[in-house]
Design a protein around this ligand. Structure first.
Ligand code: GLA
Length: 396
């Protein structure tokens, strides 16, 4: 008979077979306890950081700056790729209900795609002020600032060269599941006052959550509104539009807009209108009755200032389900209205037609610097702007 040495006790062990095990357990019941402790110690932890990784790929140059794609992978095989250019999310690979991988965001096969004129902000970080400022003008502390008007009469998404078109400094954080991106925006850049330091941390969790933590500080009062502009299509290339995606938005109200997509200042109820997503609804159901498609800010029903689940998207055929959590007061749901199939260098040469994807841009309300009744977007010296949004992927 073999001998098993357990903490200096030499015990007789019957070789092989269940019978032997039972015999030992009957004879030495305290072994059960030892076995339980051992099993707990060896149980794979829910956050198995050992199997996270970040891979770097050089994808080109802009002037003298190298452009790098960082791919974070988690233990269950989800992958998120991010560029130092614009902090752009270029790929989100998640499984469907059959276990097949698919890329659920629109994007390009080469950097030339991202750099093309008219790239509609695929996956980028948007700042210093996401969304529109009427006539590109606002008054702060008695001074009127004029920004470039790059969207009809209005300023859109931070200007001609917003945070989406600059190189961010990227640092891999410990644990290989997070990337920290930093950009220092100069006083006067794109017409905005103050030197602003923006920091964005992209993290991938073992529960398939892509978390985006935004922070900003300034040395002069300035409007700040940061977001991410991913274009989601949960079919991963199967459906040419998002009409068959089911959307829920936890908002009883929205901000109606004028013909240039500037909020009128009113806050209206969604009840009985195509804007009602308070119970999950196929996007295609009322899309045709909204002139130009959905491109509006919803006023989120919030119960706290913390992270709350405020939206879900479900694509039944693939089973993919995305939940959106945020700390922000609003969400711009944009149904890809301006996509018209003309973008080049797209993934697999795909034609991104109108409504090919949807954006859920968590943010402050558009044109807040000119709407005193909207939640404040002015960041002052000594304060820190913070915003967290999580996109969580699963299947049902
Ligand atoms: C935002 C705007 C849209 C459009 C897209 C980018 O979602 O609200 O009107 O400009 O960005 O094309």
């Amino acid at each position: 008979m073999k001998k098993l040495n357990l903490f200096n006790h030499t015990l007789p062990v019957t070789p092989l077979g269940n019978g032997g095990k039972i015999t030992i357990m009957k004879k030495f019941p305290y072994l059960l306890l030892i076995a339980a402790v051992f099993a707990c110690k060896n149980k794979p932890s829910a956050d198995a950081t050992a199997t996270f990784s970040i891979q770097e790929t050089a994808i080109g140059k802009i002037d003298t700056s190298a452009v790098t794609e960082y791919t974070i992978s988690n233990p269950s095989g989800m992958k998120v790729s991010i560029l130092n250019y614009g902090g752009t999310v270029t790929k989100i690979i998640t499984k469907d209900k059959a276990g097949n991988d698919g890329d659920v965001v629109l994007g390009y096969d080469s950097l030339a795609g991202n750099l093309q004129k008219g790239n509609p902000y695929f996956g980028v970080l948007v700042g210093r002020y996401a969304n529109r400022i009427a006539k590109g003008k606002f008054t702060l502390d008695g001074k009127t600032y004029q920004l470039a008007t790059n969207n009809g009469p209005n300023a859109l998404h931070g200007g001609l060269k917003g945070f989406d078109k600059v190189i961010w400094t990227v640092e891999k954080l410990a644990g290989d599941s997070s990337l920290q991106l930093t950009y220092k925006s100069k006083d006067g850049e794109e017409g905005y006052p103050g030197n602003v330091t923006a920091t964005v941390v992209y993290s991938l969790s073992s529960a398939n959550e892509l978390k985006i933590d935004y922070k900003a500080t300034t040395d002069k009062s300035t409007p700040v509104n940061l977001t991410n502009h991913c274009y989601f299509n949960l079919s991963a290339g199967t459906d040419s539009t998002i009409s068959g995606h089911e959307l829920f938005i936890q908002a009883d109200k929205y901000t109606p807009v004028d013909t240039t997509l500037i909020p009128t200042g009113k806050i209206e109820t969604v009840k009985g209108t195509p804007f009602d997503f308070t119970t999950p609804k196929l996007i295609g159901k009322d899309l045709g009755s909204v002139k130009g498609g959905y491109d509006h800010n919803w006023v989120l029903n919030r119960t706290s200032t913390g992270l709350e689940k405020i939206s879900t998207v479900y694509h039944a055929a693939s089973g993919r389900f995305m939940e959106v959590f945020t700390t922000e007061p609003g969400i711009q749901f944009y149904s890809g209205n301006f996509l018209d199939g003309t973008l080049t260098n797209t993934k697999g040469g795909k034609k991104y037609i109108q409504h090919a994807a949807l954006c859920l841009e968590t943010q402050h309300f558009p044109d807040s610097p000119n709407e005193p009744s909207f939640p404040n977007t002015i960041l002052k010296p000594g304060e820190t702007y913070t915003h967290t949004t999580v996109y969580k992927f699963s299947v049902k």
